[in-house]
Unconditional design. Sequence first.
Length: 263
Amino acid sequence: MDDIEFLVNETFKHFEQNFANAEELPELTMKDETVNLVEYPATAGVIYHIQKSTSIFVIRTFVSQNLKEDFCKIVQAPEEYPSLRLLEGGNQEIEGRLKFFMVDNLFQAEIIHDQINNRRFPVHEELICNISDPGFSWWLTKKSKGFQLAFTMSVASDEGTLKLGPMGDREVALRNFQMLEEFVTRAGLEMNIQNEVNRVQFTDCDEFLLEELKDIFEFGVITDTMQELFRSLGNMTTWLYFQELAAMRRFWIQIQFDLNTES
């Protein structure tokens, strides 16, 4: 099992817990062909289409309140959704090129859409990034007593560093990390977040807290333990931010899986 498959399997646990009772879909008949839509749930999410060339790929996204209803509409009339660019390769196998990603709420779908839609991403980012072009991804490096988040590849540490994808604005992240540290230490737990140039070090944390935080960045998973901690801290702003981070990370894991599958 490669790294991408491992990450996808880990994030499936999140979907099973939160979307286990998703409504099944009927079959849709279009142009004398039957499209099996049973896997599409009636929940909020992002419908997307990846256009890939040798060196770059673009993700065309559509925010959906109901994946079931919107998928049917798009497949039946793709010409009414020009932003998805589904007709550029012909009108065959549209349903095969159309993919979806489930989220906990519509706001998370909008955040993903705002950060990802119509952006050009290099297929092999690590081969072209340098000081003048630091890239779009965050990078996670595990340490003996913590972990590091780098906002550019130029400060990523070693071969064990994991590319997290485009996780968002650095300044917004730093503000929320600082708020988290303040609330956690006020609650009597240990946490030390060191803000350095283009990176953040999470060190000297309670061991359970360190693992919970690392899982958010590595797998996009927020456990029940972490949810209870945020509830006890009473900091809803930072809680919502970490939910958005987790959703963005899970989406990017899925994108990497799609790219590897198609290549």
